[in-house]
Every structure is written in structure tokens, then in C-alpha cells.
Design a protein around this ligand. Structure first.
Ligand SMILES: *Cc1c(COP(=O)(O)O)cnc(C)c1O
Length: 403
């Protein structure tokens, strides 16, 4: 017999690092999802920019069930077909020549930072180990990546922290030009800061990072864990910036809900890693890479990217209409289907309250910091679900701010 479980069990059983909503979701289809009481929600959260094809999409489902009948896992003493196919796809459609597979965004960034340190060491210049990162950035929760992240509240309790990481103001061109020097081995940056509030890097800023990295021999790392796999209306966000990184990290939507991450780089940098330098048991697992391969093929099409841009416009138009009624938003920002709804200063700190009202009204949404409501829905969310979700969002706003 299947055991009955409830939301209350969470508090008794789980290490208290999350504060999940007070309902338990049990099944999903496309951009609709249902809880234990069969209440239905429209999903604008998309598993935090993971479920690029919504829930239970046949492309992902078929890839998973077909592979599940052949081969689940081998370990890195043997390679496999799905991992090689996925590597071919990623190399064919990006700047990269080489790929390292892992299971999450943090692990992809961990690999990137370790590779950069190795590149710095092999340069023969002493002390080429400094890492430049940015305030408010998010790169994951391992000790190295959380220290690279720009929110000290996430790292300070775990000191002593990895050394040699310096944080600069995001989008400050002059500060970056001054700080990136011969001792710098890496610069790590999100093309759009996701967790930090949906803030785009300016083209001049990314250009300046590229120039200084070229001048000093530092490795430019783009953390595209949130912005990758079509999220911004391009396969990767760097493709819209005119700046190409040396290392790109990708995870979240790569497996559309099946855990997988990857670090992409060029031959020039990849050759600094040799056998035994790095690894992970599940990296390149056939199940994960079979799903990611099928998802990649489906998403990497002009039709999908055009659809993301259309949906972006539908969201912006709908949100502007709501704002004409409720006057709560300062700005709607972000690209494609990574949308940040910035609250006016008088509602600072209230993004969570709005998300709570939204879930009561049958809409799943996210925050990005205390003042920004974030939507990261499926890249193929039907127009009808966008309209219905925005209607429910309107009801949440009405409750938040009764006229
Ligand atoms: C989510 C996220 C990560 C961390 O990914 P995990 O899979 O949670 O380890 C890293 N960088 C960015 C930009 C992210 O949005």
C-alpha cells in the first residue's frame, strides 16, 4: 500500500533549508499542474527555469522511457552513445569544442572554476589564481560556487571560504577594467543575473570583460545555467550579446527536468585538464543525456525561439495592462521567458506576498530577491495558459492591493 503523506510531514522529516508552499503537487501536463486536492494551477514557475517543455512532454517522456529499457548507468570507465550524441549536438551548435557532463549548475560552475585555476597554474605566471565575480550573482551552493556568488549571506556561515575571489559591482565597466589583471585566472558572470533580480549585463560590460580577459590571459566564464537552452529566445544568451565566452556552463533546462549539467569549452582550455583531474559518478549518465539530447533537438529550432519572443511580448502586454489597473510595477525586465516584474519602491520586500496570493488563485510564480516577481514558464506554454495565468495573477494583485 502507498503511504499517505502530507505537507506537514515536510516539517518533521526534511532538513529545514526550504520553505515550500503549503500544498503538495502530484501531476502535471503541459503548463498545468495539480495538487493532492486536485486543485489546478497554471505554471509560470517552470521548476525555476527547468521545465522548458512543461510537464510530461512526449519528446522527453519517450526519450526517457526508451533509454530506460536499454541502459541506465555505466560509470566513467565506459562511454555510451547518448552522451556522445549530446556532446556532438552541443559542439555543433555553440562555440565549444569539448564538453564535461555533470548533474547540476553548481557542479558545472565548480568544474569551470577548477579548470580556470588549472589554466592559471599552467600559464607559468606565479599567483595567476584570482577569480573575479560580481555582487548579487548566483552560481550554486557548493562552497566554491557559493563563495563566487555575490550574496555573502549564503556563504558567510560556512567560513573558512575558498580564497582568491573578488566581487565587483555588476555592469561597472571601469571597476572591471581595473580589477582584471595578470593575476586573474577567471572572470565568471551571468549574462542575465537570474536569482539576483533578472538584471541584464550591458553589451559594453560584457565587451569590456572579453577585452580584459584577452589582454591578461584570464578565462571568461558565462554562467548560462538559467539563461541557456532557449530561455532568452536564442539557444544561449551569449549569442545575442556579440561576446563569446571561453567556458559556458549550462544545466537547469538542459534536461527539461531530468538532472544534468555541462561545462562547455574550447580545445585551448580543455587540454589543461588531464585524466584524473576532475570527475563525477553520474556525469554523462545515459538516461540524463538521452533526455537532454531529445530535448535539445526539439528546442534548438528557429520556430521555438520565435515562439519564445512572441510569448515574451504577450506577457509584457498582459502585465502592462494589469499595471494600468493596479500601478504596482516599476518595470518589467528580462528577455524571452525570463521575466522580472519589479515592484515599486513602496512595495519593496513584498514579492513573496504576491506569489502567495497567486498560488491561492491557482498560479505558480517565483520571486527573484525580495522586490521582484519572476516568471520562467515553459518555452512552449500555450497562449491560452498565458491568458488564464495572467487573469489569475490579476486576481492575486487585486487581493494584494484592494482598490
Ligand atoms: C540555478 C543556478 C545555478 C545553480 O544550479 P544548481 O543546479 O541548483 O546547482 C547556478 N547558476 C545560475 C545562474 C543559476 O540560475
Amino acid at each position: 500500500m502507498v503511504q499517505q503523506v502530507t505537507r506537514q510531514d515536510f516539517n518533521e522529516l526534511m532538513v529545514p533549508i526550504y520553505a515550500p508552499a503549503d500544498f503538495v503537487l502530484v501531476r502535471g501536463e503541459g503548463s498545468r499542474i495539480w495538487d493532492q486536492d486536485d486543485k489546478e494551477y497554471v505554471d509560470f514557475a517552470g521548476g525555476i527555469a527547468v521545465n522548458g517543455l512543461g510537464h510530461a512532454h512526449p519528446v522527453a517522456l519517450n526519450a526517457l522511457t526508451e533509454q530506460a529499457q536499454k541502459l541506465w548507468h555505466l560509470g566513467n570507465g565506459y562511454t555510451n552513445e547518448p552522451v556522445l550524441r549530446l556532446a556532438k549536438q552541443l559542439v555543433a551548435h555553440t562555440f565549444a569544442d569539448k564538453v564535461f557532463f555533470c548533474n547540476s549548475g553548481a557542479e558545472a560552475n565548480e568544474a569551470a572554476l577548477k579548470l580556470a585555476r588549472k589554466v592559471g597554474l599552467s600559464s607559468g605566471k606565479g599567483h595567476k589564481s584570482k577569480i573575479i565575480a560580481f555582487k548579487n550573482a548566483f552560481h550554486g551552493r557548493t562552497l566554491f560556487t557559493v563563495t563566487a556568488g555575490g550574496q555573502p549571506k549564503y556563504s558567510q556561515d560556512f567560513a573558512p571560504l575558498p580564497q582568491g575571489i573578488e566581487h565587483l559591482a555588476f555592469n561597472d565597466v571601469e571597476a572591471a577594467r581595473a580589477a582584471i589583471d595578470d593575476e586573474t585566472c577567471a572572470v565568471i558572470v551571468e549574462p542575465i543575473q537570474g536569482e539576483g533580480g533578472v538584471i541584464s549585463a550591458t553589451p559594453e560590460f560584457l565587451q569590456a570583460l572579453r577585452e580584459r580577459c584577452d589582454e591578461t590571459g584570464a578565462v571568461l566564464i558565462f554562467d548560462e545555467v538559467q539563461t541557456g537552452i532557449g530561455r532568452t529566445g536564442a539557444l544561449y544568451a551569449y549569442m545575442n550579446t556579440g561576446v563569446t565566452p571561453d567556458i559556458l556552463t549550462t544545466a537547469k533546462a538542459l534536461g527539461a527536468g531530468f538532472p544534468i549539467g555541462a561545462m562547455l569549452t574550447t580545445n585551448k582550455f580543455a587540454q589543461h585538464f588531464t585524466v584524473g583531474d576532475h570527475g563525477t559518478t553520474y556525469g554523462g549518465n545515459p538516461l540524463a543525456t538521452a533526455v537532454a539530447g531529445a530535448v535539445f533537438e526539439f528546442i534548438n529550432r528557429e520556430e521555438i525561439f520565435a515562439g519564445v519572443k512572441e510569448r515574451h511580448q504577450a506577457f509584457v502586454d498582459g502585465l502592462n495592462q494589469l499595471n494600468a489597473e493596479y500601478h504596482l510595477f516599476e518595470e518589467i525586465r528580462g528577455e524571452g521567458l525570463l521575466l522580472g516584474i519589479v515592484l515599486k519602491p513602496e512595495y519593496a520586500g513584498k514579492a513573496k506576498d504576491i506569489v502567495q496570493f497567486a498560488s491561492e488563485e491557482g498560479l505558480l510564480a517565483l520571486v527573484a530577491g525580495p522586490d521582484v516577481v519572476r516568471f520562467t514558464p515553459s518555452l512552449i506554454i500555450p497562449q491560452q495558459d498565458i491568458s488564464e495565468g495572467l487573469t489569475r495573477f490579476g486576481r492575486a494583485l487585486a487581493r494584494f492591493s484592494p482598490k
